[in-house]
Design a protein around this ligand. Sequence first.
Ligand code: GUN
Length: 294
Amino acid sequence: MPEARILDGKAAAAALRLQIAAEAARLKARHGIVPGIAMVLVGDDPASQVYVRSKTRAAGEAGFHVRDIVLAADAPEADVLAQVAALNADPQVHGFLVQLPLPPQVDPERVIDAIDPAKDADGFHVVNAGRLAMGRDGVVPATPLGCMHLIRRARAELAGLEAVVIGRSNTVGKPMAQLLLREHCTVTIAHSRTRGLADIARRADVLVAAVGRPEIVRGDWIKPGATVIDVGINRLPPETPGEKGRLVGDVAFAEAVAVAGAITPVPGGVGPMTIACLLQNTLLLARRSAGAAA
Ligand code: GUN
């Protein structure tokens, strides 16, 4: 059995980040604008700290102005909303995000609703979700955007293909389905409660797994030659006490690689693309603020 082409997100993200850095330099030279990004972290969740650190480093390397804001785990919602209001008003900041999940006293919907849609680097605001659904220009969430980059590497033509998205989150599944629809795929959104999930998955020319269940997608769920995008990042329980568990996706990679035409690894697939696309979104917002949209 021939092995699938591995869609190397690390390499694709590095190339995209170089391109973004070059465009940021051009924006500075021509318009005197340095793209500015801010990240708000509430509390000390270790995974969120790692994500924010990676985003901060990548933004700095692209030549962006970066602002990191950390609030205490018990910060009242009003403090988070005040921070959002300050960033909305800050002319140096073109895009920002509030890292999720938030502690229980802070309502994520109220926080995201407070973000100016023109500075919504994550594309999580309802206005940007609505624009995507209506086929209008807005900000597209970075993870599905990164998935589309990788899908296009595997498939020059998407029109008419069967696409199945497993997962219906507002941050990945739903916007992913909208992007595939925009490319004229026939799109099915499945999820953890879908009946006959394996049979539905097997129809897919393009299969996106974003359900957060370790290795739920088995090799025999995959149509031979399909493009398989694995958004999942799941930590398995450690095999020996005291060690870290293995990091796996939502796809059983060793099985799937023997059937698929192209597949993303975990780690090194979708993850690095998310960060690169967050920078791309911020660059776009900086350009728009300058009236210099490409
Ligand atoms: N938590 C995990 N992924 C993300 C993301 O893409 N954006 C935000 N704001 N929080 C997250």
